[in-house]
Ligand binder design. Sequence first.
Ligand code: UD1
Length: 311
Amino acid sequence: MAKILITGSAGFIGSHTTDRLLADGHTVVGIDNFRTGRRQNLAEASKSPQFSFHEGDVAKPGELDALVASVKPDGIIHLAALVSVQESMTNPDLNYSLNIHATHLVAEAARKSGVKRIVFASSAAIYGDATALPIREGLEKKPISPYGAAKLASEAILLGHGAAFGITVRCQRYFNVFGPRQDPASPYSGVISIFDRRYRDGKSVTIYGDGQQTRDFISVHDVARANALAATKPGIASGVANICTGRATSLLDAVKVFGKHYPQIAPPAHAAPRTGDIIHSLGAADEAHAALGFSAQVSVEDGLTELIRVG
Ligand code: UD1
């Protein structure tokens, strides 16, 4: 069994990754500053004697060094981040600090304490407006936001450190993750979290465009499993991989599932397409399977049904 330190452990993906590792019998030490994470997300984890938590800021020099030196984890899963593409546009400095500089601090903390593995929360945003679908990892990277650029830079920082100092680094390029605990607060939150909140509140939803646009929606439970594999599977090499399902789901199909559960709510309204939106996004899932033995297991329909029931 391994001891894993998770930065951003109170966040959407962080808390599910924590739960997954604990369920598999591992020990987890979490760190979060609650900027976007929520204490409530760790309610289940906090019941486990295998879980401990440190309230702190990964981006503050020295803070992580001390924690990593005292915990001596087998691996670090680095999920703490500025998570909103939109916020990276309005505050590129903060994006630099939380998404690039903080990653360097994680790499350094790992080096100083001899940590052997780092798993990093990268994103499909590094590809930008890719038109050749499905998107493969070797595609030219053309990020179109400070957020995407920071994720790409972070991959390079970590892989460089890994090669230089003998750390196995896995960069996980998440596609459109959905599931319980995702924050629906902003208009730029993930569409599924917005739809879930509105249906729950008895309101109908708005589809920007005709609803034929597609995304590679992946359940957070699958993402948590992919993170756990990348952090604990023996004998894996450094590398990057899309964390996706390899299947395209249209917004209309997603809305159909909600409609089944909320027959009393008016059908969606349509509004003009959102400026800058891409029509289709789809990942190729082969590399994650080859490198980690990971393939997504939760169908969009099952994942949505769980979200609707559990919230
Ligand atoms: C993701 C980012 C977004 C970024 C974009 C480009 C997230 C949650 N979103 O968007 O910030 O600008 O990549 O890198 O990471 N939609 C509706 N109704 C709504 C909300 C959304 O129809 O109420 C539509 C959108 O117009 C879009 C689709 O749903 O066509 C998916 O939207 P979203 O969940 O924001 O994901 P991305 O478009 O992939």
